[in-house]
Design a protein around this ligand. Structure first.
Ligand code: F3S
Length: 402
C-alpha cells in the first residue's frame, strides 16, 4: 500500500496547481502498479523522448499542454539526444521542416525549466549522481551507467514518467531503488579476451540476450582502459536485453558486497565473441558513413579518433556524435578543427539512430558501438558494418572496409 506524506497528498490534490497534480498522478499510478510503499526524492532527472521523429505533433502538443498548466521541474533535468544537431543541421543535410519541429520540441522542454543539454551521457557533463542516490533517468545506456558504474539508483523511466519525476521531485520506490532488486541473478564467466570498445559491445550483446532483464555479474572480465570504459558494455547490455544494472567483480561499486550473488543464480559462460560480431554487422565493403560516439563521445574518444586518423583525410563521411558541452570543450582544445581538417564532423545534440537519416544519402554505416549497430539498423533503416574503432577509422580513410 503506497503511503504519501502530507506534502505529497497536497500535490496530488492539486494544491500546487494542475501541472504538478498531473505529475503526481503519473508517479503515484506507477507506484501503485508496481507495489511501491513510498515515494523517494530524486536528485536529478534525464528525460528521453526528445527526437521529433519519435514524438511527432501529438507528443509536442502533450508537452505544450502540460507546461501551460504551470508545471516546472524541481531538480536538475537534462534531455536525451535530439534528432538533429540544433546548430549544424543544414550543413549536415537535414531538412528545415524537421529542424524547425525539433526546435519546437526543445522550446517546449525549456518552458518546464529543463536544461536543454541533449545527451545520452549526462555523467560526462556534470550530472554525476553519487553512490546510493536516487535519480530518475530514462535513456537505457545512461540508466545502466548510473546504476552499475556510479552505484546510483534508477529504474528505466519512460518519457512522461521521467518528466513527472522532475516536476514532482519524486519517483516511486520499486525495482532498482530497492536493495533486494540490485542483487545479481546471473553469473557471467568471461573466458575470452576483451580488449577493445567493440569487444565490450560484443560481450554485452551476448550477455544481454541471455540475461534479458536479469542482473548479471561478470567474473573474469579485465575491463580494458581508455576505450570508452564501461559505457560500451552497459549500452550493449541494455540494447540486446533490457539490463538496467550489471556488476563486474572487482570493478563496479556494489560488485563485491557480501551476498550480492543470489544462491539460486544461473551461470553463463562466454568464451567467443565472434558470434556477436557476426550478428551485429553485415559484410558490405563500401562505407558511406562512419559513426563514432554511441553513447555520446568523451573528449578522450575524440582524441583517440584523431590519433587513429594520424592527419589523413577521410573519403567516407565521419561523424563523432557528442553533447554540446563536450563539443565546446573539444573546440577550445582545437580538436573540432582537427577533425574538420580531415573532413570529419563533431556533431552535437543528436543521435544517428533517431535522426531522420532517410533525408540523407547514407546507406551503409560503420560503427564500433554494439548499441549503435542495433539501433542504426532497427530505428534508422541503415545497413551496418560492425568492428573495432581502428577498423572504422581505416574505413573512413579508405572509403571501404579494411
Ligand atoms: Fe546515445 Fe543514440 Fe547511442 S541515444 S547510446 S548515441 S543509440
Amino acid at each position: 500500500m503506497l503511503e504519501l506524506s502530507p506534502e505529497e497528498q497536497s500535490m496530488l490534490g492539486g494544491d500546487v496547481g494542475p501541472g504538478v497534480r498531473k505529475a503526481m498522478e503519473i508517479v503515484v499510478a506507477l507506484g501503485r502498479i508496481y507495489g511501491a510503499r513510498q515515494l523517494v526524492p530524486v536528485e536529478s532527472v534525464q528525460v528521453a523522448g526528445v527526437s521529433y521523429r519519435n514524438l511527432g505533433e501529438a507528443g509536442l502538443e502533450f508537452l505544450r499542454d502540460w507546461s501551460s498548466q504551470g508545471a516546472l521541474v524541481r531538480v536538475p533535468t537534462t534531455l536525451n539526444p535530439a534528432g538533429v544537431d540544433l546548430e549544424a543541421w543544414r550543413d549536415l543535410g537535414f531538412s528545415e521542416t524537421f529542424a524547425s519541429r525539433q526546435s519546437a520540441v526543445i522550446d517546449a522542454y525549456r518552458r518546464f525549466g529543463v536544461s536543454t543539454t541533449c545527451t545520452c551521457t549526462p555523467y560526462l557533463v556534470g550530472n554525476v549522481p553519487g553512490q546510493g542516490e536516487h535519480v530518475a533517468w530514462a535513456e537505457s545506456s545512461a540508466v545502466s551507467y548510473a546504476n552499475s558504474v556510479l552505484g546510483a539508483r534508477t529504474n528505466r523511466e519512460g518519457g512522461p514518467s521521467a518528466l513527472a519525476a522532475a516536476i514532482s521531485g519524486r519517483t516511486a520506490a520499486f525495482g532498482l531503488h530497492l536493495d533486494e532488486n540490485r542483487r545479481a541473478t546471473l553469473r557471467v564467466i568471461v573466458k575470452c579476451q576483451v580488449r577493445t570498445f567493440s569487444d565490450l559491445g560484443a560481450l554485452g550483446y551476448l550477455a544481454g540476450k541471455a540475461a534479458r532483464n536479469r542482473v548479471p555479474i561478470f567474473v573474469g572480465l579485465d575491463v580494458p582502459r581508455g576505450v570508452g570504459g564501461l559505457k560500451a558494455l552497459g549500452a550493449s547490455l541494455a540494447a540486446s536485453g533490457s539490463v538496467a544494472l550489471y556488476h563486474v567483480a572487482g570493478v563496479t561499486p556494489e560488485a563485491d558486497e557480501p551476498g550480492l550473488l543470489v544462491a539460486d543464480h544461473d551461470t553463463l559462460v562466454i568464451d567467443d565473441l565472434k558470434p556477436a560480431y557476426e550478428a551485429l554487422g553485415c559484410h558490405d565493403r563500401e562505407i558511406d558513413l562512419v559513426w563514432i560516439g554511441c553513447p555520446h563521445a568523451s573528449i578522450e574518444e575524440i582524441e583517440e579518433t584523431l590519433r587513429l586518423l594520424a592527419g589523413r583525410p577521410v573519403r567516407s563521411a565521419l561523424w563523432i556524435t557528442t553533447s554540446r558541452d563536450v563539443r565546446d570543450q573539444a573546440a577550445s582544445a582545437g580538436l573540432v578543427a582537427a577533425v574538420e581538417t580531415a573532413g570529419g564532423r563533431v556533431v552535437a545534440d543528436m543521435c544517428v539512430a533517431i535522426a531522420p537519416m532517410q533525408e540523407l544519402s547514407y546507406r551503409v554505416v560503420a560503427t564500433p558501438s554494439a548499441k549503435g549497430a542495433i539501433y542504426a539498423r532497427s530505428h534508422a533503416g541503415l545497413r551496418v558494418r560492425y568492428g573495432t574503432v581502428d577498423q572504422c577509422i581505416e574505413s573512413a580513410v579508405a572509403g571501404v572496409w579494411p
